[in-house]
Design a protein. Sequence first.
Length: 168
Amino acid sequence: MNYASIKNCDIANGPGVRISLFVSGCTHHCKDCFNQEAWDFNYGQVFDQSVMDHILELLQPGYIRGITYLGGEPLDPRNQGGLLELSRQIKARLPEKSIWCFTGYVWEHLPQVPGVTEELLSLCDVLVDGPFIAAQKNLSLRFRGSENQRLIDVPRSLAENQVVLWDE
C-alpha cells in the first residue's frame, strides 16, 4: 500500500482535530474528484511500520480526537490490509481515539477481503459511504461532499445488522 499524504491537524474530515491519512489508489474515478492524483496505486510513498509509528506519535496529544482514512480509496482490497494493521495498533495503544473512514463504496456493497474487511470495519467508528456525485454536491453538508453520502455508525450498524446513521 502507498499513501499520498498525512495531515496532522485536520478539522474538516470528522469531529474535532484529527489526523488524516490519504491512501493511494482508487478505481471509482468520480467526476470532479478533489484528489485525482491519488487514483494511482503507485502514487506517493510506501506505507510501512515507520509511517504507522509516525501516525501513532501524531495521535498522542489529548487535543487530537482521532484519525480519518481518505483517499484514493481506503477500502479498495489493495489498501485494507495496511489500514487493518494501523487500526489494530491505534486501538491497542490509543483506544480512546476514533477511527473514521471515507469510501466511495456503499455499505451494502463493500468489497470483502476474507479475514480482513470484517475486522477492519469492527475497528472503525464511522464510515462515510458512497461516491462523490458532482450533481449532488452540497457544501453545507457536515463531513461529506454530496447528498448521497451517509455517515454510518459502524459499531451500531454491525450490532443491528442494518445501517444506522451516525449523529454526534
